[in-house]
Design a binder for this molecule. Structure first.
Ligand SMILES: NC(=O)c1ccc[n+]([C@@H]2O[C@H](COP(=O)([O-])OP(=O)(O)OC[C@H]3O[C@@H](n4cnc5c(N)ncnc54)[C@H](OP(=O)(O)O)[C@@H]3O)[C@@H](O)[C@H]2O)c1
Length: 272
């Protein structure tokens, strides 16, 4: 009788045991835009290293676009999926509140208002000045510059109480004055929004230095993160290779790199 009861209890609890949950004591990363591209690969590689991963996406739980993330979760139940639209403060605060007791070692602001294919990205960045749609431009600023700042404001207490205390903002040299971006008309809105992110990050690095928090800007050369990139340009590098390099740079971050732009493809400091 007792044996039957124990088996019954085990059967009832089995699905719970398989549920996704963060592991107490493991280092923790939170990633925005984790359902595809660079964010998805970050989630995959951090999960494979046994980190806790809070993989966030603006998509609803039943969206077919979450299949790749769910497949990673099936292998690594310490990856949890949460809904965050970085342009919507309430979605950010709800997740921050849910994990209020969870230290977060690394906050990666990866999401950006970019397209699902390289061709669509090119069409957008080649929009001439005369055809700028300023409502669309406002979305670029909202997602690419204000989105990371909203995340940082909400998750600062979680980062502050962690061991590693690292904030990583993914930028692009299209937003650089000193490297390519400033010498080309390409990507006016995208570039201006990333330049704003760069300045926010630099200023923030000074504000949080006394707390021992690092605010790093990271940019690649060109990552084959979506259909159409690979083969389009000899500089395009495979996403697995590039994200392994990015994680190595994040692992090695020190306060000297705070407020500066690290190019994770070359390992060098890039100009603003
Ligand atoms: N790939 C490169 O060579 C390259 C070069 C320089 C910089 N970057 C930067 O690297 C980051 C990732 O780029 P990627 O190539 O991986 O792009 P991607 O594959 O197009 O992924 C963009 C991600 O951002 C998400 N996103 C867009 N708007 C959002 C919002 N309002 N809230 C939350 N998530 C949102 C997308 O979600 P949906 O799927 O729902 O649209 C998607 O998950 C970006 O910051 C980009 O600027 C990339």
């Amino acid at each position: 009788m007792l044996r039957r009861f124990v088996v019954l209890i085990a059967l009832v609890l089995a699905p719970l045991a398989a549920q996704a949950a963060l592991k107490p004591g493991a280092p923790t990363v939170i990633i925005t835009g984790a359902n595809r591209g660079i964010g998805l690969e970050l989630a995959r590689q951090y999960a494979a290293r046994d980190w806790n991963v809070i993989a966030t996406t603006r998509r609803k739980a039943d969206d077919p676009g979450l299949a790749d993330l769910r497949a990673i979760q099936a292998k690594h139940p310490q990856l949890v999926i949460e809904r965050i639209d970085v342009s919507d403060t309430s979605t950010i605060r709800a997740v921050a509140e849910k994990y209020r007791d969870q230290p977060i070692d690394v906050l990666i602001n990866n999401a950006a208002n970019v397209e699902a294919t390289f061709q669509a990205d090119l069409d957008k960045v080649n929009t001439p000045f005369e055809k700028i749609d300023f409502d669309a431009a406002r979305t670029d600023f909202d997602v690419n510059a204000l989105g990371p700042m909203r995340m940082i404001q909400a998750f600062m207490p979680h980062v502050e109480r962690s061991k590693q205390k690292k904030i990583v903002n993914i930028t692009s040299f299209i937003g650089s004055f000193g490297r390519f971006g400033g010498d080309s008309a390409m990507g006016m809105n995208y570039g201006a929004s990333k330049a704003a992110l760069n300045m926010y990050s630099r200023k923030l690095s000074h504000a949080v230095k006394p707390k021992g928090i690092i605010v790093a800007l990271m940019e690649p050369v060109l990552v084959a993160s979506k259909p159409g990139v690979a083969g389009s340009n000899p500089m395009a590098r495979p996403v697995e290779e590039e994200i392994a390099k990015l994680i190595k740079e994040i692992d090695g971050l020190t306060m000297e790199r705070s407020g500066r732009i690290t190019n994770w493809t070359t390992g060098e400091i890039d100009p603003f």
